[in-house]
Each structure stands twice: as C-alpha cells, then as structure tokens.
Design a protein around this ligand. Structure first.
Ligand SMILES: [Cu+2]
Length: 143
C-alpha cells in the first residue's frame, strides 16, 4: 500500500520475510522499483496497514516504553533502538532496489507485529526523536 507515488510508485514491490527460531528473529525486507538512489527508513509496526498511514500504529517494541501513549509514541533511546525494535532502514540503488535485514534476540508476541512501514528518511536516534523517520510512504502487511 503506497501513500507517496513519487517515492514508492505504483508497481513497486516490497516483500517481508520473517524467520524465528530459538528466541531469535530475523526480518528481511526486499524492495524493488522505488525511487532510485534514495534513503528510506523502515520498521516493524504493531497493526495492519490501512488507508490512513497512521493505521499501522507505533513501532513494535520487545520491551514497551512505559512513557509511550497512543498519541505520543516512544522516542526514548532506551526503548526506541534497533535492539528493542526492528529497524530496516535502506538506501536504494540506481534501479530503486534494496534489501535490509535485522536480527534481534527475541521473538514477536502473537498478533502484535502486523506490518512494515517505509518512511521518508533514515531513523533518528537522539533522545526525543529516537525512532522517528519522517512521513509514512508505504506499508506492507506481514502475512
Ligand atoms: Cu516506523
């Protein structure tokens, strides 16, 4: 599902592959046909994609930030980091293709990690902005 047809044209493809085993999870995102030579952010989010980019909800966190609320998602680097969330930032090549992979030392809780959202830029890490990566450009449901 695309929300920005310049960065993520109709006809672009994105596939998410998730493997978990023995308390460890690897997620691989493969994209083709996006805007070439461009940085994107991407993360696993908690809810399924919908017509509104916000429908996918906040990032999945292994240990939930107690300060986060529905209106104010976690931006504390103690929780919003690539060991406690799945970050899949990538940079497309001159054909608009890229692959990103992330491995973490935990497994998803059932039905709480439902989508991958592609964002406007790479993910920030400083306090108060950790986990933020700009507008939501596209969304892929995990199957
Ligand atoms: Cu995100």
């Amino acid at each position: 599902m695309t929300y920005d047809e310049v960065a993520v044209p109709v006809g672009a493809r994105a596939d998410v592959d998730t493997e978990d085993d023995d308390g460890r999870t690897t997620v691989t995102l493969t994209v083709t046909g996006l805007q070439p030579d461009r940085e994107f952010g991407a993360h696993v989010h908690t809810r399924r994609c919908g017509p509104d980019p916000a429908d996918a909800g906040p990032h999945y966190q292994n240990q939930a930030d107690p300060a986060a609320t529905p209106d104010s998602p976690s931006t504390d680097p103690a929780y919003a980091n690539p060991q406690n969330e799945i970050w899949l930032d990538f940079t497309t090549d001159d054909s608009g293709n890229a692959r990103a992979t992330s491995t973490v030392e935990w497994e998803f809780r059932d039905d709480e990690a439902e989508s991958v959202v592609i964002h406007d830029h790479h993910t920030m890490t400083a306090p108060g902005e950790a986990g933020m990566a700009g507008d939501r450009l596209a969304c892929i449901d995990e199957d």
